[in-house]
Design a binder for this molecule. Structure first.
Ligand code: FES
Length: 357
């Protein structure tokens, strides 16, 4: 009988190979922007995840469950796959949406998640590109390990196989969804697909370097398998376009070992978030900046107060809930940009800086 549990590993490896070959034919590796460090991060992440982190989670979970809940081992194996599979897929993906979202909002977790976003281009290997502690802390892997112990092993194996088709496809530069946008008669189908699962267009937007291009959504599109979480929680951006630039704004280009093993190994780059003793300083000022704005030009006002390019955003808000405020003007005029960030009428000065001692 077909054993999905045994078939899972080779299936995921085959999937990576298939998308990798498509990417190679598309010329990704011939004109690659990846540095030697990028390759090391990706290869080592893949090896760690498949041989150390994930097997370790399964072993620890099984050990703990046997200690505390021995009577529950395989207790639910009689439950039909028709019930268990959709339920496991939904719960597991919901947990991952929030873990991933928090990785963009909590600084320490962002530092662990940075390697996933430091790649200057997309590709199948980006799927696994993570700091080892980020993987160990992924709560949905622990959830799946518990489900396997309880007897849902087959549902877990199917859920992983289906999930990897979507997430490897969403990271791959093969861009399987592009044909959906090329033909108008396919747009209703595209509308359904892009709201249901992650596509290259929506997930590439998440990896885009900056929202300033109007396509990228680095502070949103957090979904993994099901994209409707982003729709539901108001973090979705669907443009049917792909960003031209990927990575982190003002990336200090940390060594691969710091990316993978922070906080044990720190970066030697003095201005890196994962550098030794580095702490971002506020760059707020006590006087507004009066300047003439150009019509139709997009301005991104820094709301976090850490940009080195005040009053505008330079990406320093990464790893926080703060986002820049987008402004566009119809006509050229003089405005007073707030630089103290205390204004009640952002992005413009309301005199709040006068309260600063
Ligand atoms: S640097 Fe982007 S909001 Fe401050």
């Amino acid at each position: 009988m077909f054993d999905i549990e045994k078939f899972n590993g080779p299936f995921i490896a085959g999937l990576m190979l298939l998308f990798g070959i498509l990417e190679a034919f598309g010329g990704l590796y011939k004109n690659s922007k990846r540095t030697k460090d990028d390759w090391w991060i990706e290869i080592m992440s893949f090896v760690h995840a498949s041989t150390v982190s994930k097997p370790m989670i399964v072993l620890i979970t099984t050990f703990l469950m046997l200690q505390f809940f021995p009577q529950l081992e395989n207790n639910y194996s009689h439950i039909s796959l028709w019930y268990s599979l959709p339920l496991i897929m939904l719960v597991e993906d919901f947990i991952q949406y929030w873990y991933h979202r928090k990785a963009h909002e909590w600084k320490w977790l962002w530092n662990l998640h940075r390697p996933h976003h430091s790649s200057p281009e997309m590709g199948v290997l980006v799927t696994f590109r993570e700091n080892i502690f980020y993987v160990i802390l992924i709560p949905n892997i622990w959830f799946l390990a518990v489900m396997t112990y309880l007897g849902f092993g087959i549902a877990v194996a199917w859920s992983l196989a289906l999930k990897y088709i979507v997430i490897v496809g969403a990271h791959s530069d093969a861009r399987w969804d592009s044909w959906l946008y090329e033909h108008k008669y396919l747009h209703p189908l595209a509308w359904i697909i892009e709201r249901t699962i992650s596509t290259p267009a929506t997930h590439f937007a998440h990896h885009g370097k900056s929202a300033k291009d109007g396509i990228s959504n680095p502070n949103g599109n957090f979904s993994n398998l099901f994209f409707f979480w982003d729709i539901l929680f108001g973090t979705a951006l669907i443009t049917r376009q792909y960003p031209l630039e990927f990575g982190i704004e003002n990336d200090p280009k940390d060594h691969w070992s710091a990316h993978l093993y922070w906080p044990i190994i720190k970066s030697d780059k003095p201005n890196s978030d994962i550098g030794n003793g580095f702490k971002r300083e506020k760059t707020t000022l006590k006087t507004p900046l009066r300047a003439t704005v150009e019509p139709d030009k997009l301005y991104w006002w820094c709301s976090c107060g850490y940009s080195a390019d005040q009053p505008f955003c330079d990406g320093a808000h990464n790893g926080s809930k703060m986002k820049p405020i987008k402004m566009q003007f119809d006509t050229a005029k003089k405005v007073s940009w707030c630089t103290c960030k205390l204004t009640k009428t952002p992005p413009f000065c309301d005199g709040a800086h006068k309260e600063i001692a």
